[in-house]
Ligand binder design. Structure first.
Ligand SMILES: Cc1cc2nc3c(=O)[nH]c(=O)nc-3n(C[C@H](O)[C@H](O)[C@H](O)COP(=O)(O)O)c2cc1C
Length: 370
């Protein structure tokens, strides 16, 4: 049964209505399924939300220049990153606390990802224990938020290794949470009883004296540093990927330390407002790393054409954050699967119309920038 009477807090659909055809349709619908403060938590970003808007607008500044009459009969969306093959380049970004959006949370997202052949990046803040994800599905990476010290961080990585996760993504762009005014205005708080099997919601802060600074002497003491990344690389057999890198000098430094790939991201505009848009940062970073160094990108992907543009500018794959959660909120696993299917089909058709048979064929020659 599809509930249509109330316009707020609708129960999740068990079948997909015809009027949901695009990610924008899902966005509008998701709002109807969520409590108001959860909606603002999902949609919002840091401060004036310039980066949230710019993440969407960045794609509109790039135009497509199709090639015609190419033979596409052997076409494929398959990609390879760090020796791992993926059926297509659309991954699920790490999103914490997914039971806020649907009772089955990450378990539902994981099921959808498996069915659609999407690589899922599981957040440290998952409500679903990583041991519940299918061990023999290779399309899963684990995202680490630094646990305040090396021992606890490494313990989580070792658990991920035992569960056959294929890479470790360390998110490094948020040693402090963003100043999210919208969230504060609606008093958003995580439910007190919410379970996080792998991490406390707040890492205990070191004690500081009255004359010390809470940010610099407190929080920054338990924030990860480059030496910690080196330590992790030395202690795991999994490839380490850093998420949230925007500066070319950080990209070079990461590469020199043995980081195996980067996710170019401004955290969906949620951490530092007016931070550079991911597409610009991608181009800056692409210019200083070896051609085959994996650069992934997230932020603002809402259409198959956006995916094409990111790949044309040098991304190996993209991740979607909010779109997957719109799907989850609207119809659980079915909704996430439909969102992935929409983007995958849009991307395939874009490839066909652009005259590119394989992902490797996609490059800068197919786009024009203002
Ligand atoms: C509600 C929400 C929770 C998030 N939680 C995490 C997280 O736990 N770890 C992380 O690395 N990034 C997290 N992110 C950032 C996403 O991984 C991703 O960078 C961002 O959503 C991409 O932008 P998009 O939403 O426009 O696709 C979160 C984003 C949102 C919207």
């Amino acid at each position: 049964m599809i509930a249509t009477t109330s316009t707020k807090n609708l129960t999740p659909f068990t079948q997909i209505p015809e009027y949901l055809q695009t990610i924008a349709d899902y966005e509008r619908q998701a709002e109807k399924h969520l409590p108001e403060n959860t909606w603002h938590y999902l949609q919002g970003g840091a401060m004036d939300e310039n980066s949230v808007r710019e993440n969407l607008q960045q794609f509109q500044k790039i135009q497509l220049v199709p090639r015609l009459l190419n033979d596409l009969t052997q076409g494929s969306t398959e990609i390879e990153i760090l020796g791992q093959k993926f059926p297509h380049p659309i991954f699920l970004a790490p999103i914490g606390h997914q039971q806020l959006f649907h009772s089955e949370g990450e378990a539902a997202a994981a099921l959808a990802a498996e069915v659609l052949g999407s690589n899922m990046v599981l957040s440290t803040f998952t409500n679903t224990d990583m041991r519940q994800l299918k061990k023999d599905n290779p399309l899963k990476w684990f995202q680490l938020y630094w646990q305040g010290d090396r021992e606890k961080s490494l313990a989580l990585i070792q658990l991920a290794e035992r569960q056959h996760f294929k890479a470790i993504v360390i998110t490094v762009d948020s040693p402090h949470t963003g100043i999210r005014d919208r969230e504060r205005r609606v008093f958003f708080q995580l439910p007190q009883k919410m379970q996080h099997p792998h991490t406390p919601t707040h890492i205990p802060l070191p004690e500081i004296s009255a004359d010390q600074h809470p940010v610099f002497n407190g929080l920054m003491q338990i924030a990860p540093k480059w030496a910690d990344i080196e330590f992790i690389i030395a202690h795991t057999h999994l490839p380490v990927i850093l998420k949230g890198v925007l500066h070319p000098l950080d990209a070079k430094k990461a590469l020199d330390l043995g980081v195996k790939g980067l996710i170019i991201s401004n955290h969906g505009g949620r951490v530092l407002d007016t931070s550079i848009s991911p597409l610009k940062a991608l181009q800056n970073i692409k210019a200083v790393v070896p051609q085959d160094f994996p650069l992934l990108l997230d932020g603002g992907i809402r259409r198959g054409t956006d995916i094409f543009k990111a790949l044309a500018l040098g991304a190996s794959a993209v991740l979607i954050g909010r779109p997957a959660i719109y799907g989850l909120s609207v119809a659980g696993a079915l909704g996430v699967a439909h969102v992935l299917k929409i983007l995958k089909e849009e991307f395939e058709i874009t490839m066909a119309l652009m005259g590119t048979a394989t992902v490797n064929d996609i490059n800068k020659e197919y786009i024009s920038q203002d």
